[in-house]
Design a protein around this ligand. Structure first.
Ligand code: NDP
Ligand code: GDR
Length: 325
């Protein structure tokens, strides 16, 4: 083993995993990633760095597979990004979501504790934990009131991380990240669904875009900025929890306005509300206060809301143009 820093990322094939892997490679890390077996590969987001990272098969449901991966890769830092992360699916599959998104965290923590308690651990906590918000903006101290099985599972993951820190003195941090998006965002999430829809409509491949709750407000940032915050948390002298957010919120309707407007279209001509897309319980508003991260980590977002929307629409325009008609 060399002196090079080693990191292990669960969820490396997801949006954040792909950005974090690139960020760590740029800092000369040896990057290891956990991938789960499937009949078709899901490595699209990491194709361009495939030969620079070391991938290991394991699953959040399988404790021993996680122990083996930590033993094999012997990381200095573990970033636990893997989860069932889509809120509507958590209403349809609440038990599976609990297994992945809640108990999965304990399995990764147990693997760390068993193999090497000196490993620094990052848990991907979420603003969804605030749910029915008890104050605005939300800070690290705001009481939690999750509104979906996903949010409930994330609350468990958040507290088990704190519990392992307090019980076993692990360097375990929890980043309470507000929504962050990018051209690599999954297409079922509302921002990417809109940017993809705008591109298809502009290029004549689609007529209408069906959405659910247009009034929902989110504090949207850029994923590339947010993975920097994850890393910064693990470089501090002591482990702690941080809210990561832009401090500015916008509605889904405003997102549509900027996205369609960017290509010279009027969103009202194309967007239809589909009642089937409404959730049994939704989070109506979220807005984070990231002052602690700014003061202690020196972290601030670089990309603004409008820049983010345009970046996503431009990327989808380019991609859809290349697709065969
Ligand atoms: P994605 O949904 O894009 O990626 C999820 C990743 O988890 C994928 O790599 C997926 O693998 C992997 N995964 C899912 N289940 C398992 C399993 N059983 N075993 C191993 N791997 C598994 O999520 P994001 O990148 O957007 O988010 C990363 C993390 O941050 C998640 O935990 C999410 O809940 C959390 N989060 C995200 C926010 C956001 O706005 N993006 C905000 C706050 C928190 P596969 O490719 O095989 O499906
Ligand atoms: P969210 O993201 O639930 O906040 O979770 P999503 O983009 O799915 O929804 C945001 C808001 O938009 C409303 N909405 C729609 N959502 C989707 N997906 N599709 C639609 O057609 C639609 N129309 C309106 C939703 O009702 C909601 O209010 C994301 C995930 O990345 C989580 O893993 C993460 O923890 C949180 O962000 C922070």
């Amino acid at each position: 083993m060399t002196n090079q820093r080693r990191a292990l990322i669960t969820g490396i094939t997801g949006q954040d995993g792909a950005y974090l892997a690139r960020f760590l490679l740029d800092r000369d890390y040896e990057v290891h990633g956990v991938v789960r077996r499937s009949s078709t590969e899901t490595f699209e987001r990491i194709n361009s760095i495939r030969d620079q990272v070391c991938l290991h098969q394991a699953d959040l449901l399988d404790q021993l597979s996680l122990v083996r991966v930590v033993e094999k890769s012997r990381p200095h830092e573990v970033y636990n990004l893997a989860a069932q992360s889509f809120v509507p699916t958590s209403f349809d599959q609440p038990l599976l979501t609990g297994e992945f998104t809640a108990l999965g965290v304990t399995r990764v923590l147990e693997a760390v504790r068993l193999v090497d308690p000196a490993i620094r651990f990052y848990q991907a906590s979420s603003s969804e934990m605030f749910g029915k918000v008890q104050e605005e903006p939300q800070t690290e101290q705001t009481p939690l009131w999750p509104r979906s099985p996903y949010g409930v599972a994330k609350v468990y993951g958040h507290w088990i991380t704190i519990n392992f820190r307090e019980s076993y003195d692990l360097f375990a941090c929890s980043g309470i990240l507000f929504n962050h998006e990018s051209p690599l965002r999954g297409k079922e999430f509302v921002t990417r669904k809109i940017s993809d829809g705008v591109a298809r409509i502009k290029l004549g491949r689609q007529q209408k875009l069906k959405l659910g709750n247009l009034d929902a407000q989110r504090d949207w940032g850029f994923a590339g900025d947010y993975v920097r915050a994850m890393w910064l948390m693990l470089q501090q002298d002591a482990p702690d929890d941080y809210v990561i957010a832009t401090g500015v919120k916008h509605s889904v309707r405003e997102f549509c306005e900027v996205a369609f407007g960017h290509v010279g279209l009027t969103w009202q001509d194309h967007v239809e509300v589909d009642q089937a897309l409404l959730r049994p319980a939704d989070v109506n508003t979220l807005c984070g206060d990231a002052r602690k991260a700014k003061t202690q980590l020196g972290w601030e977002p670089d990309v603004s809301f409008k820049e983010l929307v345009r970046m996503m629409v431009d990327a989808d325009l380019e991609r859809v143009r290349k697709e065969a008609t």
